[in-house]
Structure formats: structure tokens, C-alpha cells
Ligand binder design. Structure first.
Ligand SMILES: Cc1cc2nc3c(=O)[nH]c(=O)nc-3n(C[C@H](O)[C@H](O)[C@H](O)COP(=O)(O)OP(=O)(O)OC[C@H]3O[C@@H](n4cnc5c(N)ncnc54)[C@H](O)[C@@H]3O)c2cc1C
Length: 363
């Protein structure tokens, strides 16, 4: 029996737990503190194709991460039951200068051969948009991609853990050395996955590692509308404020990006109000609704905005991952599966050498 411990049950750790639970001869223990978890605070937009980022390794990961979702949903349905967390309801992109939508279309068409999941690409008039999302206004045309999706990160994490038959131990654990072995709260495991998101520094620095990962706070508003929003698409105007509709009238508006707040989890009314103000020209009805909740989470960034995953430089049986930034729900499940395979010595679809841990974790 191989005893694997996973520290952190966000989207990455929960997916790793799910795939490890499918393996013979593996006993999995999951620890999760949960406070500030990005996965359950996330907006949930899966639409990486229209970004202007030029980093090829990142884009490959983002594209494959989006492609991985249908497979994950199938695997979950087979192992347990269908999950309602993910759905391709399409995305609408809006630009203040609408001629920039032509560039979005150009970029999308160039990427489409490798990314058929993005679906149909069209320009829609305001009237066409309003048939799918009544009340949207303030533009003449929008870019539409039918394959864009939304995912409820909190629900997906729960579904994955349930399918794995695992209940995380809800506490903040600490690591220590026993000669050259890493212990978790004094216990030895055969293999360890550190899927602690933005908190990788907190857990590894006491062992003498230096970690290039910084926190970014994100805040998001939730609403409950008296509307059938099941098929409403995600709306992405320029700026921070996006609209993410879920089933049964649930609508989220977010998210903010605060680089100077560390791990602070306080709700900030002024920042939340700015999100409403950014959205008002496109969705004036937002003023009629009272937010039913606020979520606050912490994203993880490396200094060059690239994620990394693989074994610790000097500990082949300890694999880690971080730096998923603002696209971690998109790439997290794929990375979780890669970690589950990697820790068992199996080959996945990605080469960890393309996302080297040693660039961000040193001792
Ligand atoms: C407001 C917001 C909006 C976002 N929107 C999107 C989006 O639309 N699309 C997208 O793709 N991505 C989005 N993201 C990014 C995405 O949510 C994250 O990149 C991703 O969820 C990170 O997953 P993770 O598993 O690495 O970390 P997390 O989800 O943060 O999970 C890490 C877990 O480890 C636990 N942990 C840490 N240290 C310890 C310890 N010592 N002991 C026990 N447990 C520990 C934490 O408590 C936490 O539960 C958003 C993020 C935020 C905050």
C-alpha cells in the first residue's frame, strides 16, 4: 500500500485526490484548512482562448486545461454520478472600442484549429445578445463563442471529494524535517502532494525553502435573481467586472484583483461597489438587486506569472504546484491529474520540465 498525503483541497488537490482514489494500492489522506481558498471564491470562467498573453507554455496549459473539462465530467459521472458544476453556456466578449472585437475574432480563428472546444464564433448584435441574456445593453455588437463555459469551483471540489470517498481533515498542517524526510504534523508518508495554492511559502519556508509565490486578493459578489438563468452565457466586458450566471437565478459579479493586501480576507465595500459601477453600463438591472453574499479568495502568482508543477528539487517523493493565477480553475483539474500520475511515477500529458519547480522553489 502506498500512503499518499495531499495538503490542500482546492481544485488541484481535490482532482488529484479523485484520480488517486481510482488507483489500486493507494491510500489517500487529504488535509485542508480551507480559509481563503481560491477555488470556492472563483468566478468560474473557462475561456482561455482570447487572451493576449504570448507565453506559449502558459497558453498550451490553459488550452489543454479547458479541453480536459469534458473528460473530467465523464470520469466523474462514471465513477460516482454526473456533476452539475460545469456547463458550456457560451461567452460574450464586449469592448469599449468595438473595432477591437475584430482582433478578438482574428486571434480566436488562429487558435481554433487546436481548440475546437471554443465552438462557434460569431458577432452578435445587441438584439441577438438580448435573446440569450435579457437586459444587456450599452453596445452595438459583441463577440460570441459558444464553447465558453462556467464552473462552480466550490461545487466541483465537493463533487470530486465525494467521488473519491474522501473527507478532508480540516486543519492547518505544518511540515518538519526528520533527517532528510519531510513529516506532516510529525507523520511520515510515502508520497506527498503540496497543493496549497497561495500558501506554498507558508508551508515550505519553515523548512528552509525560498518560494517565489505571492498572494493576490480577489472579491466577488453573488446575487439571486427571480429569473431562469440556466442558459445565460458568461459576459466579459473590458475591465475586472464579469457576469457569471449559474442555474436557478444565481448570478456572480467579479472579480477584483488586489496585489497589496497580502492574505487579508476582509470584504471591502468600496471595491465591491466599483465592480457594480463597472457593470452598470452593460447591465443596468444590477442596481435593482441586493447582493446575497460576498466571496473572498487568494490567488497565487509567481514573479513572471507562470505556473509550475513537479517534484521538489531535492525530494522526488514530494510534488508541488502553484502560481495558477487568475486561470487556476481552468488549468487546475488538468494539473491535479498530472500530479496524481506523476507522484505514482506515471507519465501524463504534460512535461513538468516545461513548468519547472526549481525556478520558483529553492533551498
Ligand atoms: C475571486 C477569484 C476569481 C477567480 N476567477 C477565476 C475564473 O473565472 N477562472 C479561472 O480559471 N480561475 C479563476 N480564479 C483562479 C482560481 O480560483 C485559482 O487559481 C485556483 O482555484 C487555485 O486552486 P488551488 O487548488 O491551487 O488553490 P486553492 O483553491 O487556494 O486551494 C488551496 C487550499 O490549500 C489549503 N491549505 C494551504 N495551506 C495549508 C496547510 N498548511 N494545511 C492545510 N491546508 C492548507 C487552503 O486552505 C486551500 O483550501 C479566481 C480566483 C479568485 C480568488
Amino acid at each position: 500500500m502506498t500512503r499518499v498525503a495531499i495538503i490542500g483541497a482546492g481544485i488541484v488537490g481535490a482532482t488529484a485526490a479523485f484520480y488517486l482514489s481510482q488507483e489500486e494500492g493507494v491510500e489517500v489522506t487529504v488535509y485542508d484548512y480551507g480559509v481563503g481558498q481560491a477555488s470556492k471564491a472563483a468566478a468560474g470562467i473557462i475561456s482561455p482562448w482570447f487572451s493576449r498573453r504570448r507565453n506559449k507554455a502558459w497558453y498550451r496549459l490553459a488550452r489543454l486545461g479547458a479541453d480536459f473539462y469534458p473528460r473530467l465530467m465523464e470520469d466523474l459521472a462514471q465513477a460516482h454520478r454526473p456533476s452539475q458544476a460545469y456547463e458550456q453556456t457560451g461567452v460574450l466578449v464586449l469592448k469599449k472600442k468595438e473595432e477591437y472585437l475584430d482582433e478578438v475574432m482574428e486571434r480566436a480563428l488562429a487558435k481554433k484549429p487546436d481548440s475546437p472546444l471554443m465552438g462557434e464564433l460569431e458577432f452578435w448584435t445587441q438584439e441577438q445578445v438580448q435573446q440569450r441574456f435579457p437586459g444587456l445593453t450599452g453596445f452595438d455588437r459583441a463577440f460570441w463563442a459558444s464553447g465558453g463555459a462556467r464552473v462552480d469551483g466550490g461545487v466541483l471540489v465537493e463533487d470530486l471529494l465525494q467521488a473519491a470517498g474522501l473527507e478532508p481533515i480540516r486543519k492547518e498542517v505544518k511540515l518538519s524535517w526528520s533527517q532528510d524526510q519531510i513529516l506532516i504534523d510529525g507523520q511520515l508518508y510515502d508520497k506527498i502532494l503540496l497543493t496549497t495554492g497561495a500558501w506554498l511559502g507558508q508551508i515550505l519556508e519553515p523548512l528552509g525553502y525560498q518560494i517565489d509565490v505571492r498572494p493576490q486578493k480577489g472579491q466577488i459578489l453573488d446575487y439571486q435573481l427571480e429569473l431562469e438563468t440556466d442558459d445565460y452565457p458568461v459576459v466579459m466586458p473590458e475591465g475586472e467586472a464579469d457576469l457569471i450566471p449559474f442555474k436557478n437565478g444565481k448570478l456572480s459579479l467579479g472579480a477584483s484583483h488586489e496585489n497589496d493586501k497580502g492574505f487579508d480576507l476582509k470584504e471591502e465595500p468600496q471595491i465591491l461597489q466599483e465592480l457594480v459601477e463597472q457593470m452598470r453600463p452593460y447591465y443596468p438591472a444590477i442596481d435593482r438587486y441586493q447582493a446575497t453574499g460576498v466571496r473572498v479568495g487568494i490567488r497565487a502568482y509567481t514573479s513572471d506569472y507562470s505556473p509550475f508543477f513537479g517534484p521538489l528539487p531535492d525530494q522526488a517523493h514530494v510534488w508541488t504546484v502553484s502560481g495558477l493565477g487568475s486561470t487556476g480553475l481552468t488549468i487546475g483539474p488538468l494539473l491535479g491529474r498530472e500530479l496524481a500520475l506523476g507522484i505514482l511515477g506515471k507519465t501524463g500529458d504534460l512535461d513538468p520540465a516545461d513548468y519547472p519547480v526549481s525556478q520558483y522553489v529553492t533551498r
